[in-house]
Design a binder for this molecule. Structure first.
Ligand code: DX5
Ligand code: ZN
Length: 247
């Protein structure tokens, strides 16, 4: 049960709708949207209006990763924009319980992202309020960074801590055919990949390349876990995990 989620942070920003359709045609059924506010992280990307404009171009899951610190007013806007998953950062601290409840109340699956050097224990009190944990394997803010191998231990620890709960582990940052197997073996099921799918910014890759890039990531991760891929349907119906979740 491995899903590749292309991050459109590395897509052609002048053609975002077409880029979403192209990666879906190339086999992706999750689209990862990196929203950055220029304050929580030192980069500024897109907001709810762009997500709403993209929604008709995305058949599958619109997975929004919110790197922002004034979240509350944004939740209704992202709900209106058609978010399927809305992930906020555990580093926000004391405001989290209310925010997680607001996201759930809006009918959106709730994710918590955790930065590379934040201890896994920071997630503990929220495990009954969330559906997904996004483990950052780079410092948030930019695509094209190198995978931080020390976070593999955190993924493993999170996997243990989630127990039998229906929480999906996503990994985000520096995923390549070399690192995808490591993350999958540690327990990640959703692998976010920007550069490894779309190429570096201003690259001249085509949708044919997207297909081979997504396949390469998928196959590398599946080979490492030895599992047959059921894709995002399994994740979406929350039938993964359970007593035999360790592959
Ligand atoms: C970083 C973003 C990631 C990033 C991944 O803040 O959350 O989603 O775009 O890009 P690559 O795959 O290039 O590391
Ligand atoms: Zn992201």
């Amino acid at each position: 049960m491995i899903t590749i989620a292309p991050s459109i942070l590395s897509a052609d920003f002048a053609r975002l709708g077409a880029e979403c359709r192209a990666v879906e045609s190339a086999g992706a059924n999750w689209i990862h949207v990196d929203v950055m506010d220029g304050h929580f992280v030192p980069n500024l990307t897109i907001g709810p209006d762009v997500c709403a404009a993209l929604r008709p171009h995305i058949q599958g899951t619109m997975d929004i990763h919110l790197m922002a610190d004034n979240i509350e007013p944004l939740i209704p806007a992202f709900a209106e924009a058609g978010a399927d998953v809305l992930t906020i950062h555990v580093e926000l601290g004391s405001v989290l319980p209310g925010l997680c409840a607001r996201i759930r109340d809006a009918g959106i699956r709730t994710g918590l992202a955790i930065n590379p050097d934040t201890p896994a224990a920071a997630l503990s009190e929220y495990l009954d309020a969330i559906d997904l944990i996004c483990v950052m394997t780079v410092e948030p803010g930019f695509g094209g960074q190198t995978f931080l191998h020390h976070v593999l231990d955190t993924i493993g620890e999170i996997w243990e801590r989630t127990g039998a709960r229906a929480i999906t582990i996503e990994v985000d940052g520096g995923i390549t055919p070399e690192t995808a197997p490591l993350a999958a073996r540690a327990g990640a099921e959703i692998l976010v990949a920007g550069t490894a799918v779309f190429g570096a910014r201003n690259s001249t890759l085509t949708p044919d390349d997207y297909h081979s890039n997504i396949s390469a990531l998928h196959e590398a991760a599946l080979a490492a876990t030895g599992g047959a891929c059921k894709g995002a349907e399994a994740v979406d119906t929350r039938i993964h995990h359970g007593t035999d979740k360790r592959r």
